[in-house]
Design a protein around this ligand. Structure first.
Ligand SMILES: Nc1ncnc2c1ncn2[C@@H]1O[C@H](COP(=O)(O)OP(=O)(O)OP(=O)(O)O)[C@@H](O)[C@H]1O
Ligand SMILES: [Mg+2]
Length: 366
């Protein structure tokens, strides 16, 4: 048997009823209740509206047919004033279909007057369901809000990270790059001004190391701020693919079929960062011998799929692992209206697919 909510010390009922005997019957029914009950009766719509504003009620019990209006009008008054209370119809005069219609309109429950002995339990049930409904609505709103906040935060984070990466890349370029260029200049000068074979050998070795350092600095800069994107998305992915193969010794193929020439910058960057993280994951986790990268688009969608033939994900869901790479990609994809699909088969490999709707991008572009 449901209880009237424990936080209700006194049950406050608004009774919309123009028959005094019926009101008296209701009062008598509630006198049997263990919880103290206060019942206020109104019979006109304006009284009803006033009472709602004046007092906090726990529930409205309403006769269906009243002088010049029905309970549905009272219900509408409540809705117009955005007052939300459990609302139970008490009536003998309405048919089943009207009762159904009332409940469809959002009215909590319907009790025929001849069943008045059930009014307390019906009221309790209506209050309880209403409380659950409101709590659920509140939880849904809070969840939606926090999801929105998370998405905004992720977007902010991505922007900050990209800016920070750009700044670091510039510093490497200006400071490290500048110093390396100066060393190269000096080594060349030394080579021109010495005839000593041993010194020349050392200069040769130093120049070789220097070349490696210059290439490393360029690679690091490129990873931080993919200037290669200026040459187009395909060139940038090619660059990632070549780098990956060279560094990991794993064969990687690229099949790129883009119908769009120019894509929005944030879409390109999302695709680039997704490919970058997917390839990094493969080098860290996959233990594979081959990687396929497919980049394709039609006028509606752009798709990037990166699959490997490695060991597959060893955890049921990637989120069970502590990593943030894939989570970050999901959030990043959302910022351009896209999404990430992950499929993985043990000992057969993993595929990460990024899909971005392009039509929507074009529509939302200024
Ligand atoms: N290609 C893959 N093959 C096998 N397992 C993978 C692959 N990609 C991801 N995983 C698994 O999914 C997990 C989550 O990946 P995610 O990129 O989110 O995290 P991470 O790489 O471990 O850490 P982070 O990216 O934050 O440095 C990984 O720890 C790994 O177990
Ligand atoms: Mg990762």
């Amino acid at each position: 048997m449901p209880h009237i909510s424990p936080h209700i010390a006194q049950l406050h009922i608004l009774h919309l009823e123009d028959s005094l005997p019926d009101h008296a019957l209701l009062v008598r029914e509630f006198q049997k209740s263990a919880t103290p009950v206060q019942i206020e009766r109104v019979e006109r719509l304006d009284q009803f509206a006033d009472a709602l504003v004046r007092t906090d009620f726990d529930v409205v019990l309403a006769d269906y047919r009243l002088a010049g209006f029905t309970a549905l009008d009272a219900w509408q008054v409540m809705r117009d004033r955005k007052i939300r209370l459990p609302f139970v119809l008490l009536s003998g005069a309405i048919g089943e279909s009207l009762a159904v219609q009332a409940i469809q309109a959002g009215i909590s429950d319907y009790l025929p007057k001849q069943d008045l002995h059930k009014v307390r339990s019906v009221t309790q049930r209506a209050i309880e369901s209403h409380r659950i409904l409101i709590a659920k609505e509140r939880a849904d709103t809070e969840l939606a809000q926090s999801e929105q906040q998370l998405a905004r935060f992720a977007e902010h984070l991505q922007t900050t990270i990209e800016q920070e990466r750009g700044a670091i890349a510039r510093e490497i370029h200006d400071d490290v790059g500048g110093a390396l260029a100066a060393i190269r200049f000096d080594l060349a000068w030394l080579a021109r001004h010495t005839g000593d074979t041993q010194t020349l050998q050392h200069i040769g070795a130093a120049t070789e190391m220097l070349q490696q350092a210059i290439e490393a600095a360029q690679r690091i800069m490129m990873n931080l701020r993919p200037a290669i994107l200026d040459q187009g998305l395909v060139a940038a992915i090619q660059w990632l693919q070549a780098n990956f193969s060279r560094r990991c010794g794993v064969r990687a193929t690229l099949d790129a079929q883009l119908v769009m020439e120019a894509l929005p910058k944030n879409v390109e960057l999302t695709v680039f960062r997704t490919a970058q993280e997917a390839l990094t994951n493969i080098s860290k986790h996959a233990k594979c011998s081959a990687v396929d990268i497919r980049l394709s688009s039609d006028s509606n969608y752009l798709t990037l799929e990166i699959s490997d033939n490695g060991q597959g994900m060893t955890h049921a869901t990637p989120s069970q692992q502590g990593g943030f790479g894939l989570k970050g990609l999901q959030e990043r994809a959302k910022t351009v209206g896209g999404w990430i699909d992950i499929s993985s088969i043990p000992n057969a490999g993993t595929a990460i697919t990024l899909t971005i709707p392009l039509a929507q991008e074009a529509q939302s572009a200024p």
